[in-house]
Design a binder for this molecule. Structure first.
Ligand code: XCC
Ligand code: SF4
Length: 630
């Protein structure tokens, strides 16, 4: 085996620069150029003090104009903006969950979608109170799906999944009146509260922001994760590769991008069929390579070992290779820029969802009932496009790393079961992990998640923080574009254990894991919530006592704020490298960075100096250890 070495951010950047040269040749635009046109950003927008919620405005708050026309002060305006931002994210994740529930509802023994994980289906049936005895699996699946769909609009009661949290956490949610009700209701309520002439009290707005976030994390996102597992299998340890070098010049390259595995799973299945591979060969290619971008990539990597071409700010790069026959997208995080960019090359930009329609794309509507045919048409379109490649433009940076992914809570549990531990004689417990933390072999854990953002040197914050944390015996659980940054660098190669402190290195060797565990896509941050709940129950600690913090160093989306809110509201301190649009109000800023600690025992910290951000997380973990007396 060749010597193991991480790929550096400098190497990423050199590859990108080389691709941008190709772009310049064909007159392509790029985010790097657009950032220049958009900076400096508007300060009113950035600090959250601009209100355009009614048409008497827009109103913006300055020292000379401290109130909007309706009399709303800066705290009301910033608070409303923050809540609407959250509602956007919660709606997005939850609607993704809803789509998966509908897919589950269409599953049948002879249809496009099947139940792959019966065990999980039965567990969910138990939680949802669905009868299982002497019933057909698909009858159960349909009733579970329907129950799940009801969680979106049920008139009474709270989210069923909140019962998975420790009692203590549930008591906090009830006491603070933030236990989420129907998912759609929390989004609607947020929109209602922020309408002209409703709430302008920062405290009320932030409270709803937490509840709306919780309806995502312990509602819609959790549903997305669980139902995806039922349909496509609960992720297990699997090997894959990451970075642009996974694209193969001799093959038809299809890149899947977006979030919903209902599409990508079908595409992969179709592209792996002999019929399609033969067809590709008849068109002069040697085969078909599917690779992914963003969360859809995480989904198929975790379940099928499909390689990851890159993360959010690398999406234009896959087209710039000149070797991408089709980039197939569903929903979320898709640059509209892919339309005009693909026109500079032979690439087909294929949109598939009525929810994400874009100019300059080819729209092949994807539907659960006709999924097989839709996937075939898409794969064929890509294959037939192979001959249109301009060979002079092809350049794939030969850069990739091996990665071991697929660490669902179930997989982590199985890994821990393999560790002989004198204190633990039963399986299915988090105690081996807790014991490592208690003894100090592991100092704690960081859940690192989220996007790239041009405000931060892309991937640098994720990777530098991870390196620093593992060197300090802090294990990482990661998801989303953070996970892909780690994989591209090589931090999900088991050999990365050599970059760890002595304690974490021993744990990696014993349990046979890399120091950075890939837990999935962004809806899968719900897995991290379940993991935290399990650790709390097994250890007897409250979630807020666990030496665990959350971190999104390069976040950009509304979804990330919704996530941040549910992570904090679950009792986990969260560290950000990008400031939310909230600093214009001392009250809102004060609540988010401190005041809410009185409600939920956790709060946000924002620090743009990434090295400092790392130090602060380590200090917080040590503080939590000291408080536990370990
Ligand atoms: Fe999107 Fe989920 Fe962010 Fe990546 S991490 S840029 S939200 S793909 Ni969720
Ligand atoms: Fe201005 Fe009030 Fe209307 Fe907002 S709601 S735009 S602050 S008048």
């Amino acid at each position: 085996m060749s010597e193991f070495k991480l790929t550096t951010v400098e190497e990423f950047e050199a590859a990108t620069n080389r691709l941008l040269e190709t772009g310049a040749k064909v007159g392509a635009d790029s985010w790097q150029l657009r950032v220049k046109n958009q900076t400096p950003h508007c300060k009113f927008g950035e600090s959250g003090v601009c209100c355009r919620i009614c048409s008497m405005g827009p109103c913006r708050i300055t020292p000379k104009a401290p109130r909007g026309i309706c009399g709303c002060d800066v705290h009301g305006i910033v608070g409303r903006n923050f809540l609407r931002f959250t509602a956007g994210g919660a709606a997005t994740h939850s609607d993704h969950g809803r789509e998966i529930a509908h897919t589950l509802y269409t599953a049948s023994a002879d249809g496009n979608y099947h139940v792959k994980d019966e065990e999980k289906l039965f567990r969910l049936a138990g939680e949802f109170g669905v009868e299982t005895e002497n019933r057909d699996v698909y009858d159960i699946a349909h009733e579970v799906a329907e129950k799940g769909l009801m969680e979106y609009g049920k008139p009474f009661g709270h989210q069923i999944f909140t019962k998975r949290a420790p009692e203590y956490t549930q008591e906090i949610w009830d006491r603070e009146e933030i236990r989420p009700r129907a998912i759609d209701r929390e989004v609607s309520c947020a929109m209602h509260m922020t309408h002209m002439g409703c709430s302008s009290k920062a405290e009320a707005l932030i409270r709803q922001a937490l509840r709306n976030g919780l309806s995502d994390g312990w509602g819609g996102s959790m549903m997305g994760t669980e139902f995806s597992d039922v349909l496509f299998g609960t992720p297990k340890e699997v090997e894959t590769e990451a970075n642009l070098g996974v694209m193969v010049e001799e093959n038809v390259n299809i890149v899947v991008h977006g979030h919903d595995p209902s599409l990508s799973e079908m595409i992969v299945e179709c592209a792996e069929s002999k019929e399609m591979i033969d067809y590709a060969k008849s068109m002069g290619a040697q085969g078909i390579t599917i690779s992914g971008v963003c969360c859809t990539s995480n989904e198929v990597a975790m379940r099928r070992g499909i390689p990851m071409a890159g993360n959010f700010l690398q999406q234009e790069n896959v087209v710039l290779t000149g070797a991408c026959e089709a980039i197939v997208v569903d929903v979320q995080c898709i640059f509209p820029a892919l339309g005009p960019l693909s026109k500079c090359f032979h690439t087909k930009f294929i949109t598939t969802s009525p929810i994400a329609q874009m100019p300059d794309s080819e729209f092949i509507r994807f539907n659960a009932k006709t999924a097989g045919e839709n996937a075939k048409l898409i794969v064929k379109t890509a294959i037939e496009n192979f001959k249109n490649r301009n060979k002079d433009l092809v350049y794939i940076p030969q850069m990739k790393q091996k990665a071991v992914v697929g660490f669902s809570v179930e997989q982590i549990e199985k890994k821990l079961d393999t560790v002989t531990n004198t204190h633990v004689d039963k399986t299915g417990t988090m105690m081996p992990l807790v014991d490592c933390v208690k003894s100090g072999v592991l100092r704690g854990a960081v859940a690192m998640v989220g996007c790239n953002n041009p405000k931060i040197r892309p991937d640098a914050a994720h990777i530098e923080l991870m390196k620093k944390l593992i060197a300090n015996d802090i294990i990482l659980v990661v998801s989303g574009c953070s996970a892909q940054a780690a994989a591209k660098a090589g931090l999900m190669d088991k050999r990365a254990k050599d970059l760890c402190g002595a304690g974490l290195k021993r744990v990696c060797e014993l349990v046979d894991i890399p120091p950075v565990l890939h837990m999935g896509s962004c809806v899968d941050i719900s897995r991290m919530m379940v993991l935290a709940a399990r650790i709390a129950k097994d250890s007897g600690w409250n979630i807020s006592q666990i030496p665990l913090v959350g971190c999104a160093p390069e976040w950009m989306s509304e979804k990330a704020v919704s996530i941040g809110n549910y992570v904090v509201a679950t009792g986990i301190d969260t560290y950000l490298g990008v400031e939310p649009y909230a600093y214009g109000s001392s009250e809102v800023d004060g609540l988010l960075k401190g005041g809410i600690r009185d409600w939920v025992e956790a709060a946000y910290t924002v620090e743009k100096d990434i090295d400092k951000l790392g130090d602060m997380m380590i200090a917080r973990i040590e503080e939590k250890r000291a408080a536990l007396g370990i």
